[in-house]
Design a protein around this ligand. Structure first.
Ligand SMILES: O=C(O)C(=O)CO
Length: 237
């Protein structure tokens, strides 16, 4: 399985610029982070190439609910192309106060379709993710997979969020796998390393044997990042 390190969550003991080398030294070959925007693409590209890392994923700067969402898509596509990122996560966002869920959902779908059109031919795959945050526009894997399939973008299956949202995590993961292009992992409750919560990881990794892609480590290390990586030897098949 190809694991990548989310540098917004892992190696945060170090300044951002040092996290690339630490991820590579720990054996990761790819990285993701939600927020590249404080840095220039050239600066980030140098960190990646010096450490020999692949950029796997970045997020849009805002969410699909924001009035300036479309400007954010253009900016994030420029970053994703320059960094050679495989994926751009179109962050869904929460239903704004005073807007009905139906109206918010229609705005969401319209914005995702617009972004998909905008991304045509640029070599970056767009992803949608359901999240367990209260009021999040995509509130189940089934709903996220349906929108992704309809518009022709991919699904980001976040195992932590899914464990909180779904009654049958393994069933949901199995059903979602055909449209899942990227996976993120963290245990629940607590969002620590796999093995620190209740998620049935042997079952999760058995299903993920059918996932031909990256698995992003998006968890909060319980102690320090390096010692927490022991879960890889303990739990990966
Ligand atoms: O913000 C979060 O909780 C996410 O899972 C982003 O991918």
């Amino acid at each position: 399985m190809r694991l990548d390190a989310n540098l917004g969550w892992l190696f945060t003991e170090l300044p951002f610029e040092q996290r690339f080398d630490s991820a590579a030294a720990a054996g990761f070959t790819g990285v993701e982070y939600a927020d590249p925007y404080p840095y220039t693409p050239a600066w980030l590209t140098k960190r990646l190439s010096d450490a020999g890392l692949k950029q796997v994923l970045i997020n849009t700067p805002g969410t699909c609910m924001d009035a300036n969402f479309r400007d954010g898509v253009d900016q994030s596509l420029e970053y994703a192309v320059e960094l050679g990122s495989s994926f751009l996560h179109l962050v869904g966002g929460t239903v704004p106060d005073g807007v009905s869920p139906d109206r918010a959902f229609a705005r969401y779908v319209g914005n995702v379709a617009w972004a998909a059109d905008r991304a045509t031919g640029c070599g970056v795959q767009l992803l949608l993710e359901a999240q367990s945050k209260p009021g999040f526009v995509l509130s189940s894997q089934e709903q996220a997979a349906a929108v992704a399939g309809e518009i022709g973008v991919g699904l980001l299956f976040d195992v932590f969020h899914a464990q909180v949202m779904e009654t049958d995590l393994l069933g949901s993961l199995t059903e979602s796998l055909p449209v899942t292009r990227h996976v993120q992992i963290g245990d629940s409750p607590g969002r620590g390393e796999p093995g620190t919560g209740d998620i049935p990881w042997p079952g999760v990794f058995a299903v993920l044997a059918g996932h031909d892609g990256w698995i992003g480590c998006e968890y909060q290390p319980v102690a320090d990042t390096a010692s927490g990586l022991k879960w890889i030897k303990e739990l990966l098949p």
